[in-house]
Ligand binder design. Structure first.
Ligand code: G4P
Length: 522
């Protein structure tokens, strides 16, 4: 593989809110020399109290624009960290970002273990065969027994685990981490909250007893023996095949266990992987450029209403001012000011390689999932829409602004802010979201960016699912029977709006030849 591509590591750090994703990201940036002091990168997470405070959300969204991608060189590697929104209501955004990464680091709170969002994110990783490394954080707090935690990770996340570091005590007695991968001991002094010593030590030597005391030394030896007995030898290929997740322990806040994680990560994490297109698999080191749009972020400043479309380069080299084919609309576009992102800065670039993320100024030509190439008509797959959880009718609240409303809704849906379904029975528009906050975002942005007013009206729905069948007659029969509950999504696909779990279950039983999908990519 081209060494430029080979050295790229494009990944996301994901977690249930509050597990320590922001803190860990920041520590990585410190090691990468992108920031000089901790605390420089603001959390883009929207605090619970902020649900009603729109300006706060706007401010934070602004911050999240500049930290959407963080790039830096570390040792011989080029690291691209893709940020994901911390708030659960924007989970869909996170799922889409995961389509642009080659691997993930999952942060788990050592005291809380696997939480709901961790489970969902892992599901997405599993769907895409994305290799994951798990970082068990907050070891400086009283937590759970590491072996119990490993069992929980394995069961709840349905993946084999292999510890590559091991904690010596935890909470106030936390003394450090034994780096299994490098056979090193890293000692930790809680009151100084920093790494004090890093020693290479043979676990069987008396020096270990000197370092951490006889009792803890014995415990560590016993633990390591058990680890070696229970878990198979670490094999990088099983990790890259997404069968086994290496596990590290540490404390991101105290910068402990972080460098070990980063050092091992760059060594074992995969370089850019092939991307599936409808027509064929596209290899990163193919000479010709191709890429897809996985995220669109609107500029929140109403005076500069431009958007940035984030393009993942899937193959070859992206070059500034080169003509590229926008496959969906068949037009050729040149980009005179593509950008890359470095923590809080962004700068214009001349080229980018497979694995990189390029920011393209967008005045409404892009939709999530669009493909760019040097001319070949391929379509990248793998941007799933999940069945939303909340539904509301969207109504025009200002008859003079119907056009603006239409345009606003369409563009926001192109950006992937939420999903739109049109009920085929009454023609009414239904917006489906993952969380309440998205409705607020839509209403606010329609008003501020499109000068249109909308109103929400309740609609009682349980699930929207995409239906398909090889049996045309049964499909027609179903649509006729359920005509009040049939809708079309923006691609014109048939969607069944079930108003209760019972109705959905009955439908599944009565119409055995129809497939009910809960994600739109099938
Ligand atoms: P998130 O992005 O995953 O939502 O989590 P974030 O990094 O914001 O961390 C959530 C909270 O957990 C923060 O405290 C952070 O300081 C704390 N934290 C992160 N890593 C560790 C760790 O290793 N040990 C301990 N004890 N705490 C840790 P906060 O009070 O919510 O926020 P802040 O006011 O400190 O920013």
């Amino acid at each position: 593989m081209n060494p430029e591509i080979e050295r790229r590591r494009t990944f996301a750090i994901i977690s249930h809110p509050d597990a320590g994703k922001t803190t860990l990201t920041e520590k990585f940036l410190l090691f990468g020399g992108q920031i000089q002091v901790a605390g420089a990168v603001k959390s883009n997470k929207i605090r619970k109290t902020a649900t009603s405070d729109w300006m706060e959300i706007e401010k934070q969204r602004g911050i999240s624009v500049s930290t959407s991608v963080m790039e830096f060189d570390y040792k011989d590697y080029k690291v691209n960290i893709l940020d994901t929104p911390g708030h659960q209501d924007f989970a869909e955004d996170t799922f889409r970002t995961l389509t642009a990464v080659d691997s993930c680091i999952i942060v788990v709170d050592g005291a809380k273990g696997v939480e709901t969002q961790t489970r969902k994110l892992m599901e997405v990783c599993r769907m895409r065969n994305t290799p994951v490394i798990i970082f068990v954080n907050k070891m400086d707090r009283e937590g759970r027994d590491p072996f119990d935690l490993l069992d929980e990770l394995e069961q709840e996340l349905q993946i084999g685990v292999r510890p590559l570091s091991w904690p010596i005590n935890q909470g106030v007695k936390f003394k450090g981490v034994y780096n299994i991968y490098e056979n090193e001991l890293n000692l930790f002094t809680p009151d100084k909250q920093r790494v004090t010593e890093k020693v290479s030590v043979d676990v069987n030597s008396g020096y270990l007893d000197e370092c951490i005391g006889a009792q803890d030394a014995k415990q560590l030896r016993d633990d390591l023996e058990l680890v070696a007995g229970v878990y198979p030898e670490f094999d990088v290929e099983t990790y890259r095949a997404a069968e086994v997740a290496p596990v590290f322990f540490g404390s991101a806040l105290n910068n402990f266990g972080v460098q070990e994680l980063l050092d091992c990560f760059v060594k074992i994490a995969p370089s850019p992987r092939p991307t599936k297109a409808e027509e064929r698999d596209v290899n990163p080191d193919e000479p010709k450029f191709s890429g897809f749009i996985f995220k669109i972020t609107a500029n929140i400043d109403p005076n500069h209403r431009s958007c940035i479309a984030f393009c993942k380069v899937c193959s070859g080299k992206f070059v500034r001012n080169q003509p590229y084919l926008h496959v969906r609309n068949g037009k050729t576009i040149r980009f005179s000011s593509p950008t890359q992102f470095m923590a809080q800065r962004k700068s214009t670039i001349d080229e980018a390689w497979a694995g990189d993320i390029v920011g393209l100024p967008d005045n409404g030509v892009f939709k999530i999932g669009d493909t760019l190439t040097e001319g070949e008509k391929i379509h990248f797959r793998g941007l799933p829409s999940f069945s939303p959880e909340l539904f509301k009718y969207i109504e025009n609240d200002d008859p003079m602004k119907a056009k603006q409303l239409e345009k606003g809704i369409n563009q926001l849906m192109d950006e992937g802010v939420a999903q739109l379904f049109v009920n085929q029975f009454n023609g009414r528009k239904i917006i489906g979201t993952v969380g309440q906050l998205q409705f607020e975002v839509i209403q606010y942005r329609l008003e501020n960016e499109y000068n249109a007013k909308c109103r929400w009206e309740p609609v009682h729905l349980y699930k929207a699912c995409w239906i398909e069948s090889g049996d045309e007659a049964e499909l027609e029969n179903f649509k006729k029977r359920k005509y009040q509950y049939m809708a079309k999504d923006r691609e014109g696909r048939d969607v069944f709006l079930a108003d209760s779990g019972y109705v959905l279950q009955m439908a599944q039983e009565d119409f055995k030849n129809i497939k009910f999908h809960f994600t739109s990519e099938f």
